[in-house]
Every structure is written in structure tokens, then in C-alpha cells.
Design a protein around this ligand. Structure first.
Ligand code: UD1
Length: 419
């Protein structure tokens, strides 16, 4: 397994091209299964999670034609409702997103139930509830979710108790093929949900209300050939904004969109970081001292849970204390003990972490448990004295395109050690 060696203490300066959003791309690749007409997706990030999803749809009979590292045409004209087994779902939880399109297109699906994962239990009950509301019978047999709707799905009112990105996407995709209209109440409002709606609309679907809590979807879509350009990755952009801040540098984040990053931009301004729109995206600069600021993670447009770990690394470098509350996932502080190995002063209590900033960070061997935890350790290592070795780099490769190269081009001392 590859490792990263980082020698910290250098300010990052330069330009980083922000890739397409991984979490927007994944459901759009799954959505290709809905339509017998080809879908071309551009601006896909070249990361392993995308390769995995392309692999999985190919196993469903979708013809995948690579146009470049960042573009594919997906032709599901001859797709099959094959089973998605445990090995696949365990490799990447997001393969659960196949459930909606496969049920919508074929009226039956078998997808393995994901187990627990590194950031908590992460149930899929809301996905199943949505499909049941659309008239499917859902059973769990031998660890598999077995969905059946022999007469097809039927439009319905789906009310989510709490907003879920994935369940909203499942419901939206399935509803495009239901008979009649579907209303989704308390839908997730994340830009990735809005981008999925835009992609589906391009494919012929009729969807209103994307970006609000209430979605209206007309069923019985007449599909057509489509081409969709995936939005830039707001989490990658936020991560590099924090990289500029934690090293006291100035970065241009080309393609990044401020409107997707308003919560993080506001918080970073309060920390003492300057953010302004540039010619090609966003500029981020941190020249003065950093101040400790409290945050609470929330569904969009609140502070994203996917930037909580990176922000915790930043708070280790700030003057004063910061209280970080995680309300989206339980058990999402696995990075805190690793940050402490670098010298951070963090007290965990339930869903809160108190970071007392200013303690010097010193390089060490660390290991990460998930994608965002890994990148938080990279950020801390960039600001630490001496050398840090980060194990299990495959987590980073799942979601960050050429992270080491992008950082090196901005002045970081970072090296990939091959095993
Ligand atoms: C997506 C993102 C992930 C991000 C998360 C929250 C993808 C591929 N992943 O994950 O990076 O951290 O949104 O912004 O897009 N829940 C249930 N039952 C369900 C579904 C969810 O209880 O059936 C709970 C979850 O455990 C969690 C909360 O709802 O506590 C929000 O999760 P959700 O928005 O569904 O996250 P994902 O779609 O899995």
C-alpha cells in the first residue's frame, strides 16, 4: 500500500485546478441505467471511486466508452438488473445508489445491504422507505435488499423525517420512471442533488424544485440522448482553501464556485482567512494569525460534514479554542486521535470536539480511516515541523485527483512511497 511522506512548514502558493465533484458524479453514473439512450458525462474526476462506479454499471450491461480521463459515454440500451453483491457495496457504499435507477428501469433490484462503515452506522432505511412509498415491496434476504414492483413504480408523496442526500437521489431517480407525479418533502438541498436533477432533466426527466426542500417529479420519462458537465467539487475546493490557510499561503482555486462554499467561506473569514472571487475561480490567502472559531456541521447550506476533519486540523493551528460539533454522522472524529499523535490538543466529548489551538504540531507516523480523515492528516502534516508518514493512501485516491501532484506544484514537500 502506498504511503505519503510530507515534510511540513512550507507555505503553499500557486494555482490548483478543482476537479469535478465525486459525489455529484456517482449518482449521475448510476442514473445512466434509467435511460436506453446514451448519456455523456464530462468533468468527471479521475479518482478510484469513479472507476469503481463505472465498473459496476458496466457489470449491469452498460456500454462504457471512455472519451478521456474525465469524460465517458454510458449507453444502457442493453442494461440488465443484475445483482450488486456485498463485495461491491463493501468496496464503495455509494453503489447503493444503483437501487433507485435499477428499480425504476426494471421494476426489480437486488443490492447488498451495506454494513457499518468508518463514520458510523449509516443506515439505508430512508432509501428503502422512499422505494416502498413508490409501491415497491422491499425485503432483506441473506444480506441483500430485494426490491420488487412487478407492475412498475407509482408516483407518491415521500416525506423524509430528516434530509438525506443519498435517499433524495434514490427517490428522485426512481420517481422519473414511476406512473404519475411524485412529491418529495424535506428533500436534501445539496448542490450534488441539484446537479443530479439537472443531469436527469437533460436526459428528458421533468423535475421541479431542485435546491429546495420540495421536489416534484413527473413520471413516465421519455428519455433522450444527453450530455452533462459535472459541477466542480466543493469539498476538494474547501480542502485546498484550508491548505492555503493552514500553511499561511495564497492559492487560486480555479473552477471553484463561491456560491457552493458560502458556509465554509464565512467561517474561514472569521478565522482570519481572506477569500475573494478571482478571474478563474476563487482566491484564498492567509497572511495573519488564525483565530479559533466554533462550528456545527449541518446539511447544506450549513457547514459540510465532509470538511469537518480538515477544519479540525486548521483549528489545531489557530490561536484560542474551537468547539466542533458533528451533527450529521455519529463517530466522525476518528481523525482526532491521529491529530493528537502529531501533538494536537483535542478533547472529545460525545458529538463535540474541543480543540485548544496553538500547540506545535510535529511529524509522526499516522494512519487514516476514511477519505476526509486522511486528507485532514495531510493538511496537518503540511503545517507540522519535520516529517510525517501517512499510511493507507488509497483512501485519498478514492476522492482526491492527484492530490500529491497538485500540492507539490504549489510548493509542498510531498512524496509518494510505493510499496
Ligand atoms: C452523502 C455524501 C457524503 C456526505 C453526506 C452528508 C455521497 C456519495 N456521499 O452521503 O460524502 O458526508 O452525503 O453530506 O454523496 N441516514 C439515515 N438513513 C438513510 C440515509 C441516511 O439515517 O437511509 C442518515 C445518515 O446516517 C446520516 C444522515 O442521514 O446521519 C445524512 O446522511 P446522507 O445525507 O444520506 O449521506 P449520504 O448520502 O450517505
Amino acid at each position: 500500500m502506498d504511503r505519503l511522506k510530507i515534510t511540513g512548514g512550507r507555505a503553499l502558493n500557486g494555482s490548483v485546478a478543482i476537479a469535478g465533484a465525486k459525489n455529484a458524479s456517482l449518482p449521475q453514473i448510476a442514473a445512466a441505467i434509467l435511460s436506453p439512450e446514451p448519456l455523456t458525462l464530462t468533468n468527471l474526476p479521475a479518482v478510484t471511486d469513479i472507476a469503481t462506479m463505472l465498473d459496476v454499471v458496466a457489470r449491469h450491461g452498460v456500454a462504457v466508452t471512455r472519451l478521456s480521463d474525465h469524460a465517458v459515454t454510458l449507453d444502457a440500451g442493453r442494461a440488465d438488473p443484475v445483482e450488486t453483491g456485498y463485495d461491491t457495496v463493501r468496496r464503495m457504499r455509494a453503489t447503493v445508489l444503483l437501487l433507485g435507477p435499477v428499480m425504476g428501469r426494471f421494476g426489480r433490484a437486488r443490492v447488498s445491504l451495506p454494513g457499518g462503515c468508518a463514520i458510523g452506522a449509516r443506515p439505508v432505511d430512508l432509501h428503502l422507505k422512499a422505494l416502498a412509498s413508490l409501491g415497491a415491496t422491499i425485503d432483506i434476504e441473506g444480506g441483500m435488499i430485494v426490491g420488487e414492483a412487478p407492475g412498475g413504480l407509482k408516483g407518491a408523496r415521500i416525506v423524509f423525517g430528516s434530509p438525506s442526500v443519498g435517499a433524495t437521489e434514490t427517490a428522485m431517480m426512481a420517481a422519473t420512471m414511476a406512473a404519475g407525479e411524485t412529491e418529495i418533502v424535506n428533500a436534501a438541498r445539496e448542490p450534488e442533488v441539484v446537479d443530479l436533477a439537472a443531469c436527469l432533466i437533460g436526459m428528458g426527466a421533468r423535475i421541479e424544485g431542485a435546491g429546495t426542500h420540495r421536489l416534484l417529479i413527473a413520471g413516465g420519462t421519455h428519455w433522450k440522448t444527453a450530455r452533462h458537465d459535472v459541477i466542480p467539487d466543493r469539498i476538494e475546493a474547501g480542502t485546498y482553501a484550508i491548505a492555503a490557510a493552514i500553511t499561511g499561503g495564497t492559492l487560486e482555486l480555479s473552477h471553484a464556485r463561491l456560491e457552493h462554499l458560502s458556509a465554509i467561506a464565512q467561517v474561514l473569514e472569521a478565522v482570519g482567512v481572506s477569500i475573494w472571487p478571482g478571474d478563474r475561480g476563487l482566491m484564498v490567502s492567509a497572511c495573519g494569525p488564525l483565530r479559533g472559531v466554533d462550528i456545527t456541521t449541518e446539511p447544506y447550506p450549513g457547514f459540510p460534514t465532509d470538511l469537518q476533519a480538515q477544519f479540525m486540523a486548521l483549528m489545531c493551528r489557530a490561536e484560542g479554542a474551537s468547539m466542533i460539533r458533528e451533527t450529521v454522522f455519529e463517530n466522525r472524529f476518528m481523525h482526532a486521535p491521529e491529530l493528537m499523535r502529531l501533538g494536537a490538543n483535542i478533547t472529545l466529548q460525545g458529538t463535540s470536539a474541543l480543540v485548544r489551538g496553538g500547540a506545535p504540531l510535529r511529524g509522526a507516523q499516522v494512519m487514516a480511516t476514511d477519505l476526509r480523515a486522511s486528507v485532514c492528516l495531510v493538511l496537518a502534516a503540511l503545517a507540522a515541523e519535520g516529517e510525517t508518514i501517512i499510511n493507507r493512501v488509497y483512501h485519498l485516491d478514492r476522492g482526491y485527483e492527484q492530490l500529491d501532484l497538485k500540492l507539490r506544484r504549489c510548493g509542498a514537500l510531498i512524496e509518494r512511497l510505493k510499496d
